[in-house]
Design a protein around this ligand. Structure first.
Ligand code: HEM
Length: 151
């Protein structure tokens, strides 16, 4: 089991903003670590989403580390994540129902793990990002129907 990181956000590129968000929301690295780990336990056990992830992720430890860094960047503005979510999702065989399910599991986990203000903070961001990833998936699914001159 991965040890939980320190409660203090020691590695933020914007320490003042990170400290303010932590004070306002009760979020910290340890809470985000729990959020990510419990969320993906639910995802992996889910009849709809589980198989989609299982077909693509065999080594979960690096994925979970990356997702904690992602949420640290998104929720606490630490700048810990350096990656590209759009290409990782654009080609997935998913639609509105899959994103709705993802968000339902995320909301339930956030409500369980975070303070009410912390849950609002991460859920709002998850909804916005899910919307843009869903848009990227739809754009990708439309490309084959375009005339060659527009590709
Ligand atoms: C239907 C919903 C979703 C599915 C099935 C899904 C599936 C996946 C899969 C299979 C990967 C691993 C890709 C790879 O390593 O090749 C991945 C990566 C990732 N996902 Fe999702 N995802 C979904 C929604 C979301 C949402 C809503 C977010 C953000 C709020 C998100 C954030 C990420 C991030 C940050 C990565 C890592 C990208 C990277 O740096 O390589 N995903 N996802």
């Amino acid at each position: 089991m991965t040890p939980e990181p320190s409660l203090r956000a020691t590695h933020s590129r914007r320490p003042d903003q990170t400290a303010r968000i932590m004070a306002d929301t009760g979020l910290d690295e340890a809470t985000l670590h729990r959020l990510v780990h419990r969320f993906y336990e639910r995802v992996r056990a889910d009849a709809r989403l589980g198989p989609i992830f299982a077909a693509r992720i065999t080594n979960w430890a690096p994925h979970l580390d990356r997702m904690v860094a992602f949420w640290s960047s998104v929720a606490l503005m630490t700048g810990r994540y350096h990656g590209a979510p759009v290409p990782a999702h654009a080609g997935l065989p998913v639609g509105r129902d899959d994103f709705d399910r993802w968000l339902a599991l995320f909301r339930a986990t956030a409500d369980e793990v975070c303070t009410p203000a912390g849950a609002r903070h991460v859920i709002e961001r998850a909804e916005r990002i899910a919307q843009s990833l869903h848009q990227a998936v739809q754009d990708h699914q439309r490309i084959p129907a375009m005339p060659p001159s527009l590709r």
